[in-house]
Design a binder for this molecule. Structure first.
Ligand code: RUB
Length: 323
């Protein structure tokens, strides 16, 4: 019964499906297809089946907050349903709405983001972000003469996907190793990256190396913008919850046969890092561009989490019991 869901879960774990936006849409699709496949007529049994599927998807990768946000949005289709048919219809409708609005958000951000790119700009991007690339490609489509520097993105080489996409769009692109960012930063007019999570204090969690790129950009006074749909903002950071940074197998960095010969060496392989709000000029969302310090407003107004829910969930003392 969980076939569809476990296939999607495996693809997310193996990174066949990757990138925070694509992961979110795949999860919504899997929950929708699962809802349609579950024969349950009893609403409680149907709910349990859906909760099992949601748990399986949530356990795939820990960092991209678009995943739990998509699950939350779709599973809300079960609320107030008196019959399994109502619950099924609620899940399907919410999943379809989520997928549609996610695609619309990507297009909208491309428009807003492109307006921050000037004719003649040289742009640096890191990793492979659908929305960041959307901004760059839209600027090119508008006829702006642009050039891109794209990093390799060790250890998984997502930069290869990026340069293929840029090449296919006919955009002049330079491919560099991650450690060359500092050497080229004075040739760059604007840095654009995506996000896996944006916390309530405006910090951005994105592919490992983003924080180093941001540091170089700040030192060279190059602006850095982050392209992120509102469902990449992390509501639970209001409650003090931290974003978990995924640490992946050391074999992605150093082959096991070499690692075995080095018993005193431990390979560390965090997949993401945190760029503080102070290094980011703007976050471009589908609702418009905001300074990172306004992240709380997005969480409250567009994800429906505010200080009231915080009090409802934990009482005025907050999650740790401190006033
Ligand atoms: C992908 C990554 C991307 C964000 C945003 O990491 O860090 O920059 O997910 O991507 P991984 P998008 O390859 O480990 O999933 O804009 O496509 O959602």
């Amino acid at each position: 019964m969980l076939m569809i869901v476990s296939e999607t879960a495996d693809k997310i774990k193996s990174m066949e499906i990757r990138g925070a936006g694509r992961i979110a849409r795949a999860v919504a699709e899997a929950l929708r297809d699962h809802a349609l496949a579950v024969p349950a007529r009893d609403p409680d049994v149907f709910r349990q089946e859906m909760e099992r599927a949601a748990a399986m998807l949530l356990a795939t990768r820990p960092t991209a907050v678009s995943l739990p946000n998509a699950v939350h949005v779709v599973m809300a289709g079960l609320d107030h349903a008196k019959t399994a048919e109502d619950a099924r219809a609620g899940v399907v409708r919410r999943a379809d709405d989520f997928i549609r609005s996610s695609q619309h958000a990507v297009e909208q951000i491309a428009q807003f983001g492109a307006s921050h790119i000037r004719d003649g700009d040289t742009i640096l991007t890191h990793c492979n972000s659908e929305v960041a690339l959307g901004c760059i490609i839209e600027a090119h489509r508008q006829g702006k003469e642009i050039e891109v520097f794209a990093t390799e993105v060790r250890p998984r080489n997502q930069g290869l996907i990026t340069i293929r996409t840029l090449n296919d769009a006919g955009i002049k692109t330079n491919f560099i190793v991650d450690s060359a960012v500092r050497s080229f930063i004075h040739d760059i007019d604007l840095v654009i990256v995506g996000a896996d999570a944006v916390t309530v204090n405006g910090a951005v969690v994105n592919k490992i190396g983003t924080a180093q790129v941001a540091h170089s950009a700040r030192e060279a006074r190059v602006n850095m913008i982050v392209a992120a749909e509102t469902y990449k903002f992390a509501p639970r950071t209001i409650l003090g919850e931290l974003i978990r940074i995924e640490e992946r197998a050391g074999s992605e960095v150093l082959p096991d046969e070499i690692a075995r010969t080095l018993p005193h060496v431990t390979v560390r392989n965090p997949a993401f890092d945190v760029t503080p709000a102070g290094y980011i000029d703007l976050i471009v969302t589908e609702k418009g561009a905001i300074p990172p310090q306004m992240a709380y407003v997005i969480i409250r107004d567009y994800l429906g989490w505010g200080i009231d829910e915080f009090h409802l969930a934990f009482g005025p003392a907050g999650p740790n019991g401190d006033e």
